[in-house]
Design a protein. Sequence first.
Length: 84
Amino acid sequence: TRPGIPPDEVDDIRRRLKHHDQLYATMQRDSKPFEALEQLEKGLFLRKELLGPDHPEVGKVCQVFTTSCNTLAMNSLQRGTSIP
């Protein structure tokens, strides 16, 4: 946790992060990739706020997010469909 964040705010960020992570998993399981990506992005911003931009977990989730964006874009291009 980054220094200077009040404990009650840390708890709130962790609660919201858990919520977005759960929604991400649900959307992935339900084959809703764009909705899942939105939850992953929200979780990424919360991790950055909580842990700082240089934390390894932030880097890992950023890599997953980037890979997911590229995969969805390539799949859409191959199908000839547009991304919502």
